[in-house]
Ligand binder design. Structure first.
Ligand SMILES: [Cu+2]
Length: 123
């Protein structure tokens, strides 16, 4: 029982770490990182806007709620650039961006509540 409790606390501590970082980061702080992280929580992507360079990968991590990641300019239009699949309650989704441009995306269940994001890929 003691071991179980310690394990649970460690898991919670790890899960809370991203929430402890600054909420002011609107763009990725490290353009040299191979992977730039976006969190999916209650009806929002954090950060909602991410700037990366061509060749970098965005990793979306589910941190609460049932969501998906669908590229498209508005809530009803999939443009086919990327899609995580049907809404799920956990996991990660990686997308490597090989071309420059602006890629808007959204979560299908929560788009109307404002759960949208944008990846800006610079050459
Ligand atoms: Cu959602």
């Amino acid at each position: 029982m003691k071991t179980f409790l310690l394990g649970a606390c460690a898991a919670i501590a790890v899960a809370m770490m991203p929430a402890c970082s600054s909420g002011d980061e609107e763009t990725a702080p490290d353009n040299d990182a191979d992977i730039v992280n976006v969190q999916l929580t209650s009806n929002q992507f954090t950060p909602a806007q991410v700037k990366i360079k061509v060749g970098q990968t965005v990793r979306w991590t589910w941190a609460g709620g049932t969501h998906n990641v669908v590229s498209g300019p508005d809530c009803n239009t999939e443009d086919g650039n990327f899609k995580s699949g049907a809404p799920v309650g956990g996991g990660t989704f990686d997308k490597k961006f090989e071309t420059a441009g602006t890629f808007p995306y959204y979560c299908q269940p929560h788009c109307q509540m404002g759960m949208r994001g944008e990846i800006i890929v610079e050459p």
